[in-house]
Design a protein around this ligand. Structure first.
Ligand SMILES: Nc1ncnc2c1ncn2[C@@H]1O[C@H](COP(=O)(O)OP(=O)(O)OP(=O)(O)O)[C@@H](O)[C@H]1O
Ligand SMILES: [Mg+2]
Length: 312
């Protein structure tokens, strides 16, 4: 559905994205992650024909974004980062107007406007001025707008930003439902959201793709260079020295917690679990041990490791 190859964008000398290569297959829900300024919005704008690339190519459903923008636009529903709506228009009026702009006219206009109002729960506010809507409802109008021409591909730039927890849950559910019929590329800074909604994760860092896999596989990659945590009461230096000397331990961080307790974080070789050795070590020295566990690897850890050039 999406094919990006060697895509580059330079803004007045600043390279926002550099040589991006990735694909999104039909039916996928892909989470697009990256720190601020990584190039997510830039990529999404190029894919929705709102911005020309400086180099490389991008296509949607086989149509080139630069030379076949009409075909691309008719297949892409784009919800930008800052949804620009007309505050002086009423919701109903706005949706009819936007649908007409997208070439959805006559009877189909009424049908589609009704369908997206239903889908995005906008019936209650259809006669309200957009300027008088809460942020959450405005986001929903933005999403409804993106859906008007029933596009195959949805490109959603931080669709849940600024929403309260209830609204976030509703919008997430809506996206999940939409994912049954549409291919979706969505950016977000909420990593748990990606774990909940997306079938695959694309991580972009400093304008380049740093990872592309399922959240589970990415976590697996971090886990094999895994970590063990322990709380032990001992002298900082003695403890550190003893821990690093254990087989399979690459690095040991020891942070005092007060009362002589130390919080220990061990980085280990792939597939090495030194928990038993840690327990034995503590017993041997007569050091009290009150916690010992393997680190839970979630997408947040993966993201940090990858974007901070960790030692994965
Ligand atoms: N219109 C513009 N003019 C100049 N530079 C821009 C413009 N838009 C974006 N940039 C620069 O391009 C880079 C990528 O920006 P982009 O908005 O794509 O990042 P992002 O990943 O969407 O970040 P965020 O998470 O903050 O939304 C940044 O360095 C940004 O400052
Ligand atoms: Mg952005």
């Amino acid at each position: 559905m999406i094919k990006v190859s060697g895509l580059t964008k330079t803004y007045a000398g600043i390279t926002a994205i550099r040589n991006l290569d990735f694909t999104v297959a039909k039916g996928e829900i892909v989470g697009f992650l990256g720190p601020n300024g990584a190039g997510k919005s830039t990529t999404m704008r190029i894919l929705s024909c709102f911005l020309p690339a400086t180099g490389g190519t991008a296509s949607v459903a086989g149509f080139d974004v630069a030379t076949q923008s009409r075909e691309v636009r008719s297949r892409v529903g784009y919800m930008p980062e800052n949804v620009a709506l007309y505050p002086e228009m009423r919701v109903q009026e706005y949706l009819e107007y936007r649908a007409a702009l997208k070439g959805v006219r006559g009877r189909r206009n009424r049908q589609r406007v009704n369908a997206v109002k239903e889908l995005c729960s906008l019936r209650d506010v259809e006669t309200k001025l957009i300027g008088a809507l809460s942020k959450g409802y405005r986001q929903r109008v933005g999403l409804a707008d993106a859906l008007l021409h029933d596009p195959d591909l949805l490109i959603l730039d931080e669709p849940t930003i600024g929403l309260d927890p209830n609204q976030i849950r509703q919008v997430r559910q809506l996206i999940r439902d939409l994912g049954k019929r549409h291919t979706i590329l969505l950016s977000t800074h909420i990593l748990s959201e990606v774990e909940m909604i997306c079938s695959r994760v694309l991580i972009i860092n400093r304008g380049q793709i740093a990872a592309s896999d399922t959240a589970e596989n990415l976590a697996g990659r971090v886990r094999t260079a895994g970590g063990v945590t322990a709380e032990i009461r001992a002298g900082t230096e003695d403890l550190k020295k003893a821990l690093v000397a254990l087989p399979g331990v690459r690095k040991a961080d020891v942070a005092p917690q007060g009362d002589g307790w130390q919080e220990c974080t061990l980085r280990t070789d792939a597939d090495h679990d030194p928990r038993e050795e840690v327990a034995r070590l503590a017993a041997k020295h007569g050091w009290p041990l009150r916690a010992l566990g393997r680190e839970q690897v979630n997408l947040e850890r993966v993201f940090t490791e990858i974007t901070q050039a960790g030692e994965l």
